[in-house]
Design a binder for this molecule. Structure first.
Ligand code: ZN
Length: 131
């Protein structure tokens, strides 16, 4: 699927959840409709260990995702070795949000861990899709 961007509401949601989860890490899967990322599938029981959170992400079978999202409470927005290993397994778009989770505190990476641009789109989405 060609990804055109992420809905602004969805990005705001990511930053909000990252904030409310801090100092723990939050992780989820990205799902898209018509090429626009509008859904976040949050993992239950996120732990503070980054490796365990991201590992569990990619061990969920039967879920179609265009990529992943997780937060870095340590504020460095760069994929760790564990991130890179897992990025290569699922999806083409991987968002990392870094503390303090402001509007500019996130980056998107491809499956090889290279930074890519992701447009933030003002689109209407139904509230239920975020829950
Ligand atoms: Zn990470």
């Amino acid at each position: 699927m060609q990804i055109k961007g992420i809905a602004r509401e969805t990005l705001d949601f990511i930053l909000q959840v990252s904030k409310s989860t801090y100092p723990l890490e939050f992780a989820g899967l990205l799902q898209a409709k018509d090429g626009i990322i509008t859904d976040i599938l949050i993992l239950p029981g996120t732990e503070s260990s980054e490796v365990s959170a991201t590992l569990r992400l990619f061990m969920m079978p039967n879920i179609s995702a265009v990529g992943s999202v997780h937060s870095h409470p340590g504020s460095v927005i760069r994929p760790s070795k564990a991130d890179l290993r897992l990025f290569s397994k699922t999806g083409s778009h991987h968002i990392i949000a870094g503390h303090p989770y402001g509007p500019g505190n996130w980056k998107c990476f491809n499956g090889r861990g290279e930074e890519i641009s992701l447009d933030v789109l003002d689109v209407e989405i139904e509230d239920e899709e975020l829950l």
